[in-house]
Design a protein around this ligand. Structure first.
Ligand SMILES: *[C@@H]1O[C@H](CO)[C@@H](O)[C@H](O)[C@H]1NC(C)=O
Length: 369
């Protein structure tokens, strides 16, 4: 009796200590989710566009200069999802198209379907030739769970359980603005729809896509806001950015983001068992652009690697020499943040404590639900 009690207390103590450590330490050597599935554009693409006839590619030096080699990431180093995966206890998630030849001999930690130039709308990014739109990324995910994953699980229930515990990271919409709405010569959207009307159209399209993801088994989803596109060197070079960020472009993004936050709330209450977290990347990047000193940053309006005004007229070219002090720049090239900024964003949202950037809970807390 006494022995049993002692034994029980010891077990309880061990469980408490390790349970606590597991929740408190983001870099704990265990997984809070079995897998992460990523849907997105060039901010999260880690090589998919190398496998399709895309113009939007970054498989050349100096891309990857702080990663080791040009992997296809549109950055000097790691992206937000690379850091995020690590913080969830996962390895770097492989680009789905690199595995096409492997048949069913695939891993179970998830896939990255993101494709540079892709958008919520199928037509977005057409000016960059091939890209995998959100609808096409969902088709690849459907193929993954119908053809590639079933042989790895004992039963359909086990597969469904794995899918419901996995993390789904959806970072889409930037190109629906910079490679659609803000290109009136190539796309009619801005002549047909007001900023509010266009945002409504994007959100209703995305809503259908997310319901499809839910019906395929997803439960833990992160909806990533669009960053302050009016601050990127490419936009600064097109409009005179002398006085800082282009406010009318940031306004368009905020109209979309406020509806995206609302969508996360609506779907969480309408889809039984689903939790959607809104990750406010706009807030994080804007904070860095407005208060660079707080982060040890010094250059907020010029690309580390790029050409012309603000380094944003022509983006980083093959073999171009980038800035040496990359941790001082917000932007790596005409469109994308530096690895440093990506790490700040990940640190602010993937931790297991509450986050000022995430609603209603942090990505780390979502993982542990
Ligand atoms: C992110 O968090 C890690 C772990 O606490 C820390 O080592 C790193 O310096 C942080 N990175 C940035 C850019 O703030």
């Amino acid at each position: 009796m006494e022995f049993q009690l002692l034994f029980c207390c010891t077990v309880c103590f061990v469980v408490m200590v390790y349970g606590y450590k597991g929740r408190g330490d983001d870099h704990a050597d265990h997984r809070s989710v079995p897998a992460m599935y990523i849907f997105g554009d060039s901010l999260t693409d880690n090589g998919n566009n190398n496998y399709i006839p895309a113009i939007a590619r970054s498989n050349y030096f100096p891309y990857g200069i702080d990663f080791g080699y040009p992997s296809g990431r549109f950055c000097n180093g790691l992206t937000v999802v690379d850091y995020g995966a690590q913080m969830l206890g996962l390895p770097l998630i492989p680009p789905y198209l690199s595995l096409a030849s492997k048949g069913t001999n695939i891993g179970l930690e998830g896939f990255n379907y993101a494709s540079a130039a892709a958008g919520i709308l199928d037509e977005t990014g057409g000016n960059y030739a091939a890209r995998v739109s959100m609808n096409a990324q969902l088709l690849m995910f459907e193929k993954t769970i119908k053809l590639q994953l079933p042989s790895k699980f004992k039963s359909q229930e086990d597969l469904a359980e794995y899918l419901s515990k996995s993390m789904y990271y959806i970072a889409m919409g930037s190109n629906d603005y910079i490679n659609n709405y803000l290109m009136p010569n190539l796309y009619p959207s801005s002549k047909l729809l007001t900023p509010e009307g266009f945002a409504d159209y994007l959100i209703s399209t995305l809503s259908n896509q997310l319901v499809r993801l839910y019906n395929l088994g997803a439960r833990k989803m992160v909806l990533v806001a669009i960053g302050p596109l009016g601050c990127i060197p490419s936009q600064l070079s097109m409009v005179n950015g002398e006085h800082g960020c282009i406010e009318h472009v940031n306004y368009l993004v905020r109209v979309f983001n406020s509806r995206l936050l609302q969508l996360s709330k609506t779907l969480t209450s309408n889809l039984p068992g689903a939790t959607l977290v809104f990750q406010d990347v706009y807030k994080a990047v804007n904070d860095m652009v407005q208060n660079p000193n707080k982060f040890g940053l010094t250059v907020v309006n010029h690309a580390c690697c790029g050409n012309g005004r603000y380094g944003g007229a022509v983006t980083c070219l093959p073999l171009e020499k980038p800035c040496p002090n990359r941790n001082k720049y917000v932007f790596w090239d005409a469109f994308h943040p530096t690895q440093f900024v990506n790490q700040v964003i990940a640190n602010r949202s993937f931790r297991s404590e509450a986050s000022v950037d995430c609603y209603p809970i942090s990505v780390g807390q979502l993982a542990r639900l």
